[in-house]
Design a protein around this ligand. Structure first.
Ligand SMILES: [Zn+2]
Length: 283
């Protein structure tokens, strides 16, 4: 059993991007999050797949109907922070305030018991060792923010769902799918790695994870299904991560949805917690 997650953010919610896409300009930029989220919901509906949607608080505040629509279609809702800032660039207090604000926005929009978190740009890592404890303190029971990948995370992080102990209690951590290719670890379950890979390769990698007893987690963004995405000048790294292999991605993703077997984050959390001998790591 595997898992589809969606980070519901607008095309201009890009971490580390100032200039015309800086936060003070967001209100004036043309939002495309409603139409692209609808497209993604249609894909999931056609395949009969239930997913977990991590919604940015900024989006839930302005477009609460998106949250209603996601819940109405039977999906789970979690937090993708309030202002889409990298966790390790915040103090613990600022992170705590941001998370509380996101939960308020989601609950006002109709979500109740928000207990799952996804950090912007997988930014819960060794640079923010306090973050999981803060999430537990605020009542979160599952996190999906730690990527076993260089730059955004660490290739030594576990590749399977596991428990992380914190001074405030344990939290279930669900990492995204990676694969070993050409001597490197690549993000096969999200971003450019997912967009450039054939559905056959993605499905085979998911099956290999399943054969080891692990659930494979995929992560997509509504803007990756935009048929006409706004193009802006970005650094070479951001340009690659945002624009590489967008063409035809929706059809490839639909194939993965059609042939894969998926469950919910809640079910995976329960499986980890009820395991006779869950793998426990210190946060
Ligand atoms: Zn994001």
């Amino acid at each position: 059993m595997n898992l589809v997650t969606v980070d519901v953010e607008d095309w201009f919610h890009i971490c580390g991007c100032g200039g015309p896409l800086a936060e003070e300009h967001w209100e004036r930029l043309p939002s495309r999050v409603i139409s692209t989220t609808e497209r993604l919901l249609d894909c999931l509906d056609r395949a009969g797949v239930t997913a977990t949607f991590f919604v940015v608080g900024w989006v839930a505040e302005r477009f609460p109907q998106i949250v209603t629509r996601i819940l109405g279609a039977g999906h789970e809702v979690g937090s993708h922070s309030a202002r889409h800032r990298r966790v390790y660039e915040l103090t613990r207090e600022a992170f705590g305030d941001d998370v509380r604000s996101s939960v308020r926005a989601l609950e006002t929009a109709g979500a109740d018991a928000v207990r799952a978190f996804r950090a912007p740009e997988w930014s819960i890592n060794d640079r923010a060792p306090w973050a999981l404890g803060e999430l537990v303190a605020q009542g979160f029971s599952v996190d999906a923010s730690m990527a076993p990948l260089r730059i955004v995370g660490d290739i030594n992080y576990p590749r399977h769902p596991h428990l992380r102990s914190t001074p405030r209690g344990a939290i279930v951590e669900v990492p995204p799918l990676v694969a070993d290719r050409f001597g490197h670890v690549m993000p096969l379950g999200w971003g450019w790695g997912l967009r450039m890979s054939s559905p056959r390769r993605v499905l085979a990698t998911m099956e290999r994870a399943n054969a080891q007893g692990w659930a494979a987690m995929l992560a997509v963004h509504p803007w990756e299904l935009d048929p006409d995405p706004p193009r802006v000048r970005l650094s070479p790294r951001l340009h690659f991560s945002h624009y590489f292999c967008l063409a035809g991605f929706e059809a490839r993703f639909q194939e993965v949805l059609k042939h894969g077997t998926f469950t919910t984050l809640g079910a995976i959390e329960q499986a980890v917690r009820s395991a006779a001998d869950p793998c426990v790591f210190a946060a």
